[in-house]
Design a binder for this molecule. Structure first.
Ligand code: MLT
Ligand code: ZN
Length: 522
C-alpha cells in the first residue's frame, strides 16, 4: 500500500513533466479510432427492439413511387438518391436494429434538405433523419419503409470566431474532424464521446449527447447558441444566433437538443467552444465500497475544483468482463470492487499535478482508495481510457445483452445494480460502468442466450425502479425505438401534451421519425 502510494506520487510528478505544454490529442485520437474500429465487429443483441417496433402498425404514409424518386434525383442529383446497397443506413452500428427503407437521400445543403422535406410533407412520405448512425436506441434506424435522410454530406461550412470562441459549422461535420480543426487554432470541442470518429455535430445536438467531459464543461445546453432546423414542412428555421448572451425571447435553438429528429433536421450549429487544455492528467483509483466512491467524488470536487474533467466508474465485475473478453489488462494487480478513472484538464501541468497529488494523497491517507495509478505517458492514459470506453464492447461480447442508460441521484446510483443483481441471481450477469460524476449509470445485463421471460420483466423493473428513486430512464442515449414504450414514465400528462403540441407545430403531418420518441399514432 505504502509502495503504491509512493509509486503513485512519483508517477504523478513524472506525468506533470511529460504533459507540460502538451495537449492530449494523441491519446484521444488513439482512443477514438480504437473504439470506432471495433464498432462494426460487435455482435450485440439488443432486447426490446423488435417488440417495441412490433406494437405499432405502419402509419398511413405514402409509398415511394418512381415519380418521387425522379423528384429527389432532380433536387439533389442522381448519385445521392440511393436505392441499392443501403444496409449501412437501415441498420444501426450494432447491426442488431434492422429496418427497411426504399431509399436514402444525401442532400448537401439546408436548401436541398428543405426541398426534400417540403415535398415529403405534401406527399405524406415518412422520413427518418440520420447523422453518423452511432446511436444506441435505434432513433436513426428506419422501421417500415421510411426514407432515410442522411446529413453526412452537409459538412462544408466551418467558421470559428476566435475572439469569442464561437463556432458555426454544418450539421454533418464529424465531431472528431471538427475537434481536429479546432486543435489547429488552440480550441477544443467541449463534448467528447467514444463515437467521436463517426458521430456528427447535428446528430449530437439532436441526441442531446453527453459523454465523458460533461462534468467539466457542462451539457450541450451550456454551449449551443443557435442552429438551423429544417422542420417537417420544409421551413428553414434559423434559431438563436451567435451571441453568448441573448435574452430577447424563448431559447428556441435549445428545442433541438434531444429532439431526436422529431422537430426537424439540424443542418447547422453555432456553439461556444473551449480553449484546448495545456495539461491533461489521468489517474485510476481502486476502491472497496460504493460509499467510498461517493466520498471520493466530493473530495475530488473540492480538491481538484475547476480542473476536474472526468470522474468515471467501472465496477469490479465489469473489469473482470473486460479482461475476459478483450486483450486488455487491468492496471491494478488483484481484484477490487470499484475502479475510478479521473481526468483533469488545466493550463499548468505543475499546478494540476500538485492538485491531483494532494487529492490522491488524501484519498489514500484517509483509506478511501486502496490503491492508485497515474498515467505516466499518453499510451498509459490511452490504456486507462480503453478499459472504460471498451467496457460496453466487453459486455456485448459476454452474451445476449440488455442495455440501460439511466440517471440516478448518487445515493441510489449503485443500488440499482445491486438490486438487479439480487433479482437476477443465477439467471444473468450484471455490469455497471458509467459517468459517476454526472450520476449516469450504464447498467448492462447479459445472459447466455436470449431469455424471453427475463426480457419481459427486466425493462419494467429497471425503469420503474429508476423513476421511483427520482431518476430518469434515459440519461444521454435518448428514447428512440428502444425505450419508446416507457417514454412517459416520470413525465406528467401536461408535459407530454406540451411535447405533442410542439410536434404538431414543427411537423403537423408527423412524417418525421414516426414510431419513435413521439410517434405518428398518438
Ligand atoms: C459509454 O459511456 O460507454 C457509452 O454511453 C456507451 C454505453 O453506454 O454502453
Ligand atoms: Zn455514456
Amino acid at each position: 500500500m505504502r509502495d503504491n502510494l509512493l509509486r503513485f506520487l512519483h508517477e504523478l510528478c513524472g506525468k506533470a513533466m511529460a504533459t507540460r505544454g502538451m495537449v492530449g490529442e494523441f491519446a484521444v485520437a488513439f482512443r477514438v479510432s480504437r473504439i470506432i474500429s471495433l464498432f462494426p465487429s460487435i455482435t450485440m443483441k439488443l432486447s426490446l427492439i423488435r417488440s417495441a417496433a412490433a406494437s405499432l402498425s405502419r402509419g398511413n404514409f405514402a409509398k415511394i413511387s418512381s415519380a418521387d424518386l425522379s423528384f429527389f434525383e432532380k433536387s439533389i442529383g442522381n448519385d445521392y438518391v440511393k436505392t441499392k446497397e443501403i444496409d449501412n443506413y437501415t441498420s444501426d452500428w450494432t447491426r442488431q436494429m434492422k429496418g427497411s427503407s426504399e431509399c436514402v437521400l444525401l442532400p448537401t445543403s439546408t436548401e436541398e434538405t428543405s426541398a426534400i422535406l417540403r415535398y415529403c410533407a405534401e406527399k405524406r412520405i415518412a422520413i427518418v433523419v440520420q447523422g453518423g448512425n452511432t446511436g444506441l436506441v435505434g432513433g436513426a434506424t428506419p422501421i417500415y419503409d421510411e426514407v432515410v435522410l442522411s446529413t453526412s454530406r452537409i459538412n462544408k461550412r466551418f467558421h470559428l470566431e476566435a475572439s469569442s470562441g464561437v463556432l458555426t459549422l454544418d450539421g454533418g461535420f464529424i465531431l472528431a474532424d471538427a475537434d481536429n480543426r479546432l486543435a489547429e487554432r488552440g480550441f477544443m470541442m467541449p463534448l467528447d464521446l467514444g463515437a467521436k470518429g463517426s458521430c456528427q455535430i447535428g446528430g449530437c445536438v439532436a441526441a442531446g449527447a453527453g459523454g465523458i467531459r460533461l462534468l467539466r464543461y457542462g451539457s450541450l445546453h451550456s454551449h449551443l447558441l443557435g442552429c438551423t432546423l429544417v422542420d417537417g414542412k420544409g421551413t428553414i428555421l434559423n434559431l438563436g444566433g451567435r451571441l453568448r448572451k441573448d435574452n430577447t425571447s424563448l431559447h428556441t435553438a435549445h428545442l433541438a437538443i434531444g429532439s431526436e429528429g422529431q422537430l426537424g433536421v439540424v443542418t447547422s450549429v453555432t456553439m461556444g467552444v473551449v480553449p484546448r487544455p495545456q495539461s491533461i492528467l489521468s489517474a485510476m483509483l481502486a476502491v472497496s465500497s460504493y460509499s467510498d466512491c461517493i466520498r471520493l467524488l466530493s473530495l475530488a470536487r473540492s480538491k481538484l475544483g475547476e480542473i476536474l474533467s472526468s470522474f468515471e466508474v467501472i465496477d469490479g465485475d465489469t473489469m473482470k468482463c473486460v479482461e475476459r473478453h478483450l486483450p486488455l489488462k487491468n492496471v491494478f494487480e488483484g481484484e477490487h470492487n470499484f475502479y475510478l478513472l479521473i481526468e483533469t484538464h488545466g493550463s499548468n501541468g505543475d499546478h494540476d499535478a500538485e492538485k491531483l497529488n494532494g487529492f490522491v494523497e488524501e484519498a489514500l491517507g484517509a483509506e478511501l482508495a486502496v490503491d492508485g495509478v497515474a498515467a505516466n505517458s499518453e499510451s498509459e492514459r490511452a490504456h486507462m481510457w480503453r478499459l472504460r470506453e471498451e467496457s460496453p464492447l466487453a459486455a456485448a461480447k459476454d452474451g445476449y445483452i440488455y442495455k440501460f442508460d439511466v440517471s440516478l441521484p448518487l445515493e441510489h446510483f449503485y443500488r440499482l445494480t445491486e438490486e438487479t443483481r439480487e433479482k437476477l441471481k443465477g439467471r444473468a450477469r450484471v455490469y455497471c460502468y458509467g459517468h459517476l460524476g454526472d450520476g449516469n449509470s450504464h447498467l448492462n445485463v447479459t445472459t447466455d442466450g436470449e431469455d424471453e421471460e427475463l426480457k419481459k420483466e427486466l425493462s419494467p423493473f429497471v425503469y420503474n425502479w429508476v423513476v421511483s428513486h427520482g431518476g430518469s430512464i434515459s440519461a444521454e442515449h435518448g428514447i428512440g425505438q428502444l425505450k419508446r414504450d416507457y417514454r412517459s414514465l416520470g413525465k406528467s400528462e401536461e408535459e407530454s401534451a406540451l411535447i405533442r403540441s410542439l410536434k404538431d407545430v414543427f411537423d403537423p403531418h408527423r412524417i418525421l421519425c414516426p414510431y419513435k420518441m413521439i410517434h405518428s399514432q398518438e
